[in-house]
Design a protein around this ligand. Structure first.
Ligand SMILES: [Zn+2]
Ligand SMILES: [Zn+2]
Length: 258
């Protein structure tokens, strides 16, 4: 049985990126909920405009504020300074510079894929996903392949601690609208990706936010969690909260499943 810490939430966003709660409010909520460790993992700054990323000029204040709140709350809660790094191979140097700024924890996630120098969202709304699929000429297999290969590339950089919402590509895949998770080609991509996490010693997150999304499932799916556990890949939990109230949300379900 793997050792999973149900009192630590490793993935959340504050007002420094697209969350609605301040770092102080997130910390207060964590204490109320009986958590012992949280990682503040706001979206890293990006060299192009998005609706969610932190502004580069706020990065220093962000670090300082996490430290300040840690001092205020004292030893009853450990607050890790982190970021959710959006892995885009085309901006590898940008990422490297930000990752080098001495963080406690870095999540790597793939939110978009670039095709002909344009970025297409994989975890946006349905319309955005359809646009992404169009960029791949409607070929869902090649879209999934590029998605999972990008995660494998991220793992190989050795910059990151945790792979975030591993199969978020299924966000709009209710009733197998786009692909069948039980098909061989898909399972092979996932297994290859898990091999990469194992090889490069990256933890895998069980991201509970998917239970609030159209997917209505954890990221990743149960069979992927089972396979990761079998391979001995360390597992952490992340609520991916964008407001203080949802810290630790659905951790009881993860516990029941495991
Ligand atoms: Zn994310
Ligand atoms: Zn997130």
């Amino acid at each position: 049985m793997t050792n999973i810490d149900f009192f630590s939430d490793f993935h959340m966003h504050s007002t420094y990126s697209d969350g609605t709660g301040t770092i102080k409010e997130m910390a207060r909520s964590a204490i109320e909920k009986g958590l012992t460790t949280i990682a503040i993992t706001d979206h890293m700054p990006l060299p192009f405009k998005t609706r969610y990323a932190m502004n580069m000029d706020r990065l220093r204040d962000y670090r300082k504020e996490i430290c300040k709140v840690q001092q205020q709350v004292g030893p009853k809660l450990t607050i890790l300074a982190g970021l959710e790094i959006e892995f885009i191979p085309e901006i590898a140097d940008w990422i490297k510079d930000i990752a080098a700024m001495d963080w406690d924890i870095l999540i790597t996630s793939v939110h978009s894929l670039s095709v002909d120098n344009s970025h297409y969202m994989v975890n946006g709304n349905e319309k955005e996903f359809n646009k992404t699929l169009d960029a791949f000429k409607g070929d869902i297999q090649s879209l999934c392949r590029k998605y999972y290969q990008t995660i494998q590339q991220a793992a190989a950089t050795h910059l990151f601690d945790i792979a975030g919402h591993l199969d978020v590509i299924k966000k709009h895949n209710g009733a197998n609208r786009y692909f069948d998770e039980t098909s061989d080609w898909y399972q092979l991509l996932v297994e290859e990706t898990l091999d990469g996490l194992k090889h490069h010693q990256i933890k895998m997150e069980i991201n509970l936010a998917g239970l609030n999304h159209p997917a209505n499932a954890t990221y990743p799916s149960d069979w992927i969690i089972a396979s990761a556990i079998k391979q001995g890949i360390p597992i952490v939990l992340g609520s991916d909260s964008h407001q203080p109230e949802t810290l630790g949300q659905y951790f009881d379900r993860a516990l029941a499943y495991l």
